[in-house]
Design a protein around this ligand. Sequence first.
Ligand SMILES: Cc1cc2nc3c(=O)[nH]c(=O)nc-3n(C[C@H](O)[C@H](O)[C@H](O)COP(=O)(O)OP(=O)(O)OC[C@H]3O[C@@H](n4cnc5c(N)ncnc54)[C@H](O)[C@@H]3O)c2cc1C
Length: 512
Amino acid sequence: MTDREERSKKVTRRNFLKATGGAAALGMLGGIVGPTEAFAATAGVPKKWDQTCDVLVVGSGFAGFAAALEAKSAGADAVIIEKMPLYGGNSIINGGDFGAAGTQMQKEMGVEDSPELMLKDMLKAGAYLNHVELAKTVAYGSKDALEWSTNFCGAKFTRLNFHGGHSVRRSHQTENASGSGLIGKMMSKSKELGIKVMLRTKMVRFVVDKNGRIAGIEARTGYSFPDEKSGKPAFIRARKAVVLTSGGFSYDVALRQVHDPRLTDRFDSTNHSGATGEALLAACQAGAMDVQMDWIQLGPWTSPDEKGFGVVPLFCERLVGFGPMLNPATAKRFIKETGDRKVRADAIVLIGHPVVILGDSYAVQKQVVPAALEKGLANGAIKKFDTLEALARAYDIAFGPFMEEINKWNSYVEKKKDPEFDCMIFPDARPTAAPPFYAARLWPRVHHTMGGLVINKEAQVIGFDMKPIKGLYAAGEVTGGVHGAVRLGSVAMADCVVFGRIAGTNAAKEKA
Ligand SMILES: Cc1cc2nc3c(=O)[nH]c(=O)nc-3n(C[C@H](O)[C@H](O)[C@H](O)COP(=O)(O)OP(=O)(O)OC[C@H]3O[C@@H](n4cnc5c(N)ncnc54)[C@H](O)[C@@H]3O)c2cc1C
């Protein structure tokens, strides 16, 4: 027997929690639960269950709906619970960009792409920390997931966008430029198939049976976020499995600070307010392992001049490769505008104050969705100027050095090559010269938590004995490993749909 086999024989998930290891792990995860409490947090199969289903899905985002729809299609009685008064989590407020490789839309638009190239981009952005089999499952499954979202759910994707860090345009955007364009369809399909969605129902803990299997959960029904005393306890039994799709923890300041102490409440978040980590921690209390929790993504494209996600990200991401990004204090460019999110956010945080992105009328009219532009102009986060001089004055940029930088940028655009930062300059980009000019200030916000529960490519949650936890699957942002250090823009949708479907399909196959 090898050392590792011997170790895993001695340390089963259950005796791990009974012994002190669980306490160590829990100590790491917030330092709030001791060994006795840890065991109590999962113990106790109730004498009577209040409700029973085959597959219980916790969370109503892309991953949750994908799981429930597949489980139901496979014949299982699937129920979704959601703690908030509205369904959809981050998914319903997202930008609707779905990364997929080798699709029909790409072919029609002359974009050459392949799952191999998408995987390569994901691994490069992820600093090669990605769990390769998981990333591969997403890249190779992305086209099918997009087609399922279209053909089975009924979503429409009408634009092909570019996001920093991708080699080609592969972000297929929903018709209404929002994740609601897919979530709304998933909700309608769920109603049509008879999947029950229970709002204001918060999962509090997992119930583990005497064989170490996840038997169900304890919830609070009638819960009113964030009042922890609201609602009343209810036990929900999952005859086949629980699928955890509770999303990330970008809004959980205490948990994110455990893993990245810099991320105090000085940093706002783009997420919905329910993006907190208690369900992830409950899984850890039931013996699940977590990974890469300190890789927390800041969105480099949010603006301090509007709240939440806002519309400036849609302005900024369409303009990169068409217009320059400058530090107003030096009037200089400072980073590859088409670089990945981490590279750009880190550079802005290092500068220590907001930076400026700008574009001329050609770039803005060609690239930016009119509704986003109008909204940004109306809320004041995007500004319009007749001259570059007026733009420089508005952001307190020294005009002489500013024009030198603009001329330099324009010469790169003409040559289609940026020798300084290697910004990807698009074939249809033109020098920044045609008035009026548009600009916005940028300051990062917490956007995505790459870390989470360890899963295998069957979406089974892995315990501290390195084995799948019986009766527990997970998908979407609550899991870790797919994206490694950095998630590329638009790949979360692919991740959620690919792994949500796998989790639902496999959960439905479990014996009741
Ligand atoms: C503003 C914004 C724009 C984005 N744009 C894009 C984009 O264009 N393309 C892209 O690929 N990605 C994008 N992302 C990222 C992407 O939207 C998310 O990673 C994805 O939606 C996560 O889906 P999910 O199903 O894992 O979780 P979510 O959609 O967040 O759903 C999880 C649900 O679980 C619920 N929940 C949590 N805990 C409990 C509990 N204890 N009990 C019951 N319910 C619980 C939550 O309330 C939530 O509704 C964006 C993110 C944001 C915030």
